[in-house]
Structure formats: C-alpha cells, structure tokens
Design a binder for this molecule. Structure first.
Ligand SMILES: CC(C)(COP(=O)(O)OP(=O)(O)OC[C@H]1O[C@@H](n2cnc3c(N)ncnc32)[C@H](O)[C@@H]1OP(=O)(O)O)[C@@H](O)C(=O)NCCC(=O)NCCSC(=O)CCCCCCCCCCCCCCC(=O)O
Ligand SMILES: Cc1cc2nc3c(=O)[nH]c(=O)nc-3n(C[C@H](O)[C@H](O)[C@H](O)COP(=O)(O)OP(=O)(O)OC[C@H]3O[C@@H](n4cnc5c(N)ncnc54)[C@H](O)[C@@H]3O)c2cc1C
Length: 703
C-alpha cells in the first residue's frame, strides 16, 4: 500500500477517519493505493466536510434512528419520512448562497439523503427542487413569491404531468385550462377519471401546491398545447382539499414507500391567470395568447425542458445506489469464505474468478458513471444559468438539445446498470443478500422506478436516436461539421474514415490500453448510425407511414445506437480524465484499469454487432477482449476493498450489517439479528399451533 505524505495525512485524517482493523485489513494492506488519497481525489475537502456534516447530523439525531430491515406500516413510514423531511428544512444544510457558490453541493445533498433513505430525499427534492426548478425555469418574476413560500415550507409542492391513462405521450395529456376573460382566471378540469393526474410524488398526502401540466385554451376555444400552471390543491392550514379538487393517495408501491404518490382530479378549479408559468407562452389580461415558439413541436420541447434537470440528477442518484450495492457486495465477498484448495483452508469468495467477473465490472461502472454524472451536472448548471439569464443564443439552444439527447440515454444507461448491478450484488451475497436488514432489497427496489419516472427508459432512448439521426444528412453530404457545445458528436466528423477501420489488437496486453475499447466504440456508433438510418429509410418505403417506420426501426437499430452513443460518451470522458497528466501518479494505474475494464465490459455486450459489421473478424478479437476483462478483474481484486472504502458512506448510513467497515461479518450480522424485536419470543398466536389442531381433510366452518 502506498501512503500519503505527512501533511496530506494530517488533513486527510481529520476528514476521513481511519477504518477499523479487522477481517478486511488484509485486502486493505494489499491495495496498490491509499484509499484516503483516492477519496480526496474524487471529492475535494469542502465536499467531504459537507458530507461528513450531513452524515453526523443524521446519526446524532434520534429522529433518524433506524433498526436495520424493519418493515414499518405504510402510515408510520409516511409520517416518519415527513417528520424527517421537516427536520431537513430545519437543518438547512444548503443555503441559497452556498448553492450559488458550489452548485454541485445540491447533488451531494440529494445523494447523501438518498443514501440514508430515498423516500426522504425524493420527498424533500420533489418539493424544493423539482417543483421549484419547474417554476424557476418556466415561470417568471411574478412567481417568485411561490418560490419563497416553498423555501420555508409554508407550502409544499409537487409536479403533476402524468395522468392515469397517459404518461409518456405528453402531447395527449387531457387536463384542460380554459381562460375565462370575464374573471381573468384559468378554469382547470379533468375531462374524466382517466385524465386524473396520477403517480404524482407528494400529492398523496402532503402537497398543497402542484405544477400542473394542462392543455391551454383561450376564450375563442383555440388550444395552444401543453402548458404548466401553479395550482393550489390543499389548504396549507388544514391539509384539506381545495374546492373542486379531488386528491388522494395511490397506495403501496414496490419501493420508496415513505413517499406519498397521489392522484388529483379538477372540477372547475379557478386559478388567477398569473399562475400560468409563462416562459414558453403567455396570456394577456384581455386573453391574447403569445409565444416566442411559433412551431408547436418546439413549444412542447420548451415546456418539457425542465424535465432535463430531473433526468440529469437521476443519473447521479442511481450511481449512488450502485455505489451502495457494490460496497456491500465487495466487503461481503472479501470476508465470506467458502471452499478452498485444501480441506483446512477456505478462501474469500472474492478470490473466485466468477465472483470477480460478476462484481468488479460494476465497481468500474460505478467509478466511470460517477465521474460522468458529476461532469454532466455541471453541463446542466451551465444550461440553467443560460435559462435564468434569458440567453436566446443558438449555442444555448444547441446546449439544450444536446443535454436532452445525453440525458435521455444517460438516465437509461445508468439506471439499468444500477438495476442489474444491485441484483448481481444481491445474489453475490448469497442468502445473506436476501435478508432485508442487509439492505440490498431496498436498494434494488428504491432504484427501480428510476428506470420509469422522469420518462420511461425505452421511450427516452428514442429521443437520443432522433437527435443522432438528425445529423445524418450533414454527415453524408459533408456540408456542415458536426458540432455541439459539449462535443459529444465531434467524432462523427470522421464518420467515413472510422467506418473503414478494423479491430487491430492481437494480444490481451494490447487490449489493456483503454484506447482500444474507445476506438471500437467510435466504429460501433458510426456503424449503428448508418444501419439505423438505412433501416429507417427501408421501413419508410415499406410502411404505411413514418410513425410505423420509426417504431419498426427501434429494436437492434435505434435503441442500440442510443445506448452505444452514451456508452461512448461516458467512456470518452472517463478516458480523458484518467489519462490527464494532472491525475496523481499513485492513482493513475488503478483508475486506468477501471476505465479499461468499464470500456471492454460494456463493449463485450455489443460483440454480435462488432462481428456482424465486420469490425471484428475471426476468433481472436472476441477471445482477447474476454480474456482482457478477466485479466483486469484479477488485477483489480486486491484493490477492490480500498476502491469501495473510497466511495462508501459511514456504517450508519450504509446500514448493512454484512458490510460494516470493520469487516466483522458474522459478529455484526448475529448481533443485528439478536437485536430484532421479539426474536426469541414465541409468536403471539402460539395457541393456534398448540391447541387448535387441524382435523385433516375437514375444514372448520368459518361461521
Ligand atoms: C420526450 C417525449 C417522449 C416526446 O414525445 P413526442 O413524441 O410527443 O414529441 P417529440 O419527440 O416530437 O418532441 C418534440 C420536440 O421536443 C423536444 N423535447 C422534448 N423534451 C425535451 C426536453 N426535455 N428538452 C429539450 N427538448 C425536448 C424533442 O427533442 C422534439 O424536438 P425536435 O422536434 O427538434 O426533434 C415526451 O413526451 C416526454 O418527455 N415523455 C416522458 C414524460 C416524462 O418524462 N414524464 C415525467 C413526469 S414527472 C416525474 O416522473 C417525476 C418523478 C420524480 C422523480 C424524483 C426525482 C428527484 C430528482 C430530484 C432532483 C432535482 C434536482 C434539480 C437540480 C437542479 O436543477 O438544480
Ligand atoms: C415511483 C414513481 C414516481 C413518479 N412520480 C411522478 C411525479 O411526481 N409526477 C408525474 O407527473 N409523474 C410521475 N411518475 C410517472 C412517470 O413519469 C411515468 O410513469 C413515466 O413517464 C412513464 O409513463 P407511463 O407510466 O405512462 O408508461 P407508458 O408510456 O404507458 O409505458 C408502458 C410501456 O409501454 C412502452 N412504450 C410506451 N410508448 C412507447 C413507444 N413509443 N415505443 C415503444 N414502447 C413504448 C414503455 O416502454 C413501457 O414499457 C412517477 C412514476 C413512478 C413509478
């Protein structure tokens, strides 16, 4: 293990206390780097101190005490989540000034609360951010009061777009907002129960206000499309519904049950016309509608633009889940012993090639996607600043499109990786992985809806492929360079040359250079772009309409294109970062291995296409890529414990007896089991066993 210099060590030790000695120490000693150096490279001192403050505050507050694995009744869990949410307001971890100074602290706070419990984090941020950002991004000065009321919890917000019968197809949303010129109000109506707002987080029990998406009608009966409105749904003093609003809770979900998701129907609900969030379209007091967006399609895009911030944030949220799951599975695997070369000696399951191959690529994915998620959040901040400054430049418009395209593939890639990773980690911990107190079930279930909310993954991927297909004409005709503010499409300028390339590596050693996977990805994206475009043209000739043609070009074509494109973007960014000369020499070797492993492991999922398109030929490429993956897993297994130490939260937050930092797997698990309520007691219904014996074949009458 390489150690830090003396002065660094002093500042590190204050922020990152030493980890306890125990069964994990042996792996920690074998690591090629110092985990504290890694932690301080990944996040600066200020961020680590901020995280420590949040974690220690929660740990020392009895309201945040929890018993591992205890399943609370729904009502109790909702109440506790609300009380904790209120306490987060009181703690005010992040002031407005601190957010302005360092916007990424917002993401850190979302994730720190999420690491504790996603119901709490989602509840708090749906109100303060999703509701708030929707108003900030699509409203104007006249909505500032509402924002202030949100900040001190005078009111509580939610975002209501989805309806019972429509979610993905936002154009088909049926709630109406009709302008009444005589009173200068909008009148909101749900035409029938199928148009009830549905699934809305915070709406079930707590929200007093909602940003409601509805079709805007002027008094002449013309529909101007989807717009958003601030609507009061409950009285903040009584939490009773406002007149004309029928609001309720949709019931237990598969995860995040501390959060109250709800429904609402509107019957002639009147709101002041100023409650229209008027950035994309406005109405004068006399009822004239104006919009800077003449094209209805563009207007729809603008009014949905606020969803991008949720999608970008979700990428980081799901990576957080992956980090939690992989920490549990790696610490468990390093301490769990099964079988061995001799009868006397059993080895940690992490020593098995199979266990390494199942887990270490997810560790690499956690590092690569984490880096992407933070950088991409900065890109979002740039976009937000432009929106606030009313920047109408072509660059700002292009930035919005590129972030939309990247977030619509980034959310699917990251949330699916976390979903598959959490399941693999669950199984990698064997039976103990299935014990609720070890938390992998909650991580998996709380992560799961990220694949659906803020846009269904499979639907969103089509937005990314649409963006890429839109570039084909200029690529083919060489008439305009492929340029974008974030540069994610720049490599497409070499489209024709890239398509002529072949895989040239001939040894495992060559494949251990991450540039090999990166080059392969460039070819893959160009190839899938050409094939998707050709497929779409063929389908257009064959199908009755463009709608069918697009639908019939998704599987194996556009969908794969969108995923390959985002994988390339993630890998390119991680490659640049790990190969940057400013990356400390002591960390560079391990980071480069992670980069290479993430690249090859992801690429390996596209192996059929690489052969199909002729980039790979013969037995060798497939074999050396796979051998390189195994080689990297073996090289990284002694670093794995320190790699998770660098990203793991404290034990109280991780909340998994099999994965405590001291590595005392059995002592911790046994003690948690014995501390369970009534563990050693006979059940309260014991007479049912002892006295009321069944008469076999003769069910007792229920009367
Ligand atoms: C995208 C759609 C599927 C589009 O459907 P259509 O087929 O009808 O339209 P088109 O493809 O023709 O699109 C028209 C046009 O618009 C462009 N467009 C669309 N969206 C955007 C966008 N976001 N940005 C920019 N442009 C956009 C599109 O590209 C087209 O342009 P071109 O003509 O040029 O091609 C759409 O219908 C859709 O979005 N469907 C999904 C619906 C959805 O997402 N619903 C979400 C409901 S809300 C929800 O689920 C909330 C869940 C809560 C989860 C908790 C998260 C907590 C997170 C907390 C973090 C917040 C932090 C904030 C941080 C901060 O900012 O500080
Ligand atoms: C936990 C949770 C919290 C939520 N919170 C909120 C909230 O706060 N506010 C809010 O407004 N909404 C919220 N939602 C709703 C969420 O945004 C929607 O569920 C999501 O947008 C997907 O829409 P849908 O449910 O209508 O799915 P559908 O669109 O009905 O999808 C069903 C299936 O059809 C497929 N499909 C649909 N269209 C196509 C197509 N064109 N091509 C191929 N396949 C297609 C999908 O891939 C999916 O497999 C939440 C949802 C969940 C699960």
């Amino acid at each position: 293990m390489i150690t830090a210099s003396k002065s660094d060590a002093v500042s590190q030790d204050g922020l990152l206390p030493d980890l306890p000695n125990g069964p994990l120490s042996e792996y920690r000693r074998k690591a090629s780097f110092n985990w504290k150096d890694m932690a301080m490279f990944l996040e600066d001192e200020d961020i680590i101190a901020f995280k420590n403050k949040i974690f220690s505050t929660l740990e020392s507050d009895p309201l945040f005490y929890r018993q591992p694995g205890v399943d609370l009744p729904l009502e109790k869990y909702r109440e506790l989540t609300f009380l904790r949410c209120k306490k987060i307001f009181e703690y005010n971890f992040l002031t407005f000034e601190a957010t302005m100074e360092k916007p990424q602290k917002m993401l850190v706070l979302i994730n720190c609360l999420g690491m504790y419990d996603w119901s709490l984090s989602t509840k708090y941020f749906l109100d303060t951010q999703v509701f708030g950002v929707a108003i900030g991004n699509t409203g104007s000065e006249r909505h500032e009061t509402i924002l202030h009321q949100t900040q001190n919890m005078e009111i509580f917000g939610c975002l209501a777009l989805t309806e019972l019968s429509h979610g993905s197809n936002t154009k088909a949303i049926r709630t109406t907002a009709r302008f009444d010129a005589s009173t200068k109000e909008f009148i909101l109506n749900s035409p029938d129960f199928e148009a009830a707002k549905f699934w809305v987080g915070n709406m079930g029990k707590t929200a007093t206000h909602a940003v409601v998406y509805a079709q805007l009608y002027t008094s002449d009966g013309r529909c101007h499309g989807l717009h958003s409105f601030v609507v009061q749904i409950r009285n903040p003093k009584t939490l009773l519904p406002m007149p004309g609003v029928m609001v309720g809770d949709i019931g237990r979900k598969l995860g995040q049950n501390g959060l109250d998701n709800g429904f609402a129907m509107f019957h002639n609900v009147r709101i002041p016309y100023e409650n229209l969030l008027n950035r994309t379209g406005d109405i004068s007091s006399s009822g004239n509608y104006t919009s800077a967006y003449k094209d209805p399609k563009q207007r729809l895009g603008a009014s949905l633009g606020t969803l991008s911030s949720g999608r970008v944030s979700i990428i980081s949220m799901v990576v957080t889940n992956l980090k939690l799951a992989i920490t549990i599975a790696i610490r468990f695997s390093a301490t769990r012993r099964q079988f061995g070369p001799t009868e006397k000696e059993e080895i940690p399951v992490l020593e098995y090639q199979l266990q390494q191959w199942r887990l270490i690529p997810y560790l690499a994915a956690a590092y690569a996607l984490d880096y992407f998620s933070v950088g991409f959040f900065f890109n979002l901040i740039e976009l937000q600043i432009g929106i606030l400054m009313k920047d109408r430049s072509p660059r700002q418009a292009e930035l919005g499109k590129e972030i939309h395209a990247l977030s619509c593939a980034g959310k699917p890639l990251a949330s699916w990786t976390a979903q598959h990773g959490a399941q693999e980690c669950r199984e990698a911990c064997g039976g103990h992985g299935f014990l609720a107190m070890n938390r992998l079930g909650d991580i998996r279930n709380d992560n799961d809806p990220n694949c659906t909310y803020e846009g269904d993954n499979n639907v969103l991927l089509q937005q990314t492929s649409n963006y890429l297909l839109g570039l084909v004409q200029s690529i083919h005709e060489d008439n305009a360079p492929c340029e974008s503010p974030l540069g994610s499409i720049h490599f497409l300028n070499d489209y024709k040359t890239i398509l002529k390339r072949k895989f040239t590596a001939s040894t495992i050693r060559e494949c251990l250079d991450c540039a090999v996977a990166l080059d392969a990805y460039k070819w893959l994206v160009c190839y899938l772009l050409r094939e998707s475009h050709d497929k779409l043209q063929q389908e257009k000739q064959r199908a009755a309409n463009d709608f069918d043609a697009r639908n019939n070009s998704q599987v194996y074509y556009c969908r794969s294109l969108a995923l390959a494109f985002i994988e390339h973007t993630v890998l390119q960014r991680y490659y640049d970062y790990t190969h940057d000369p400013s990356t400390p020499g002591s960390l560079q070797p391990v980071l480069k291995k992670l980069c290479c492993l993430y690249g090859l492991w992801s690429l390996n999922k596209h192996i059929a296409v690489l052969y199909q398109g002729g980039y790979f030929a013969g037995e060798l490429p497939g074999r050396i890529v796979q051998d390189a993956i195994l080689d990297l897993c073996a090289q990284l297994k002694d670093d794995a414990v320190s790699l998770v130490d660098a990203i793991a939260p404290p034990d109280f937050i991780l909340n998994s007896p099999i994965a405590k930092a001291d590595g005392e797997l059995y002592k911790n698990l046994w003690s948690a089991v014995l501390q369970g309520e009534k563990v050693l007691e006979r059940p309260s219904w014991w007479p049912e066993f002892c006295c009321n014996k069944p008469v076999i074949g003769k069910p007792r009458s229920q009367l």
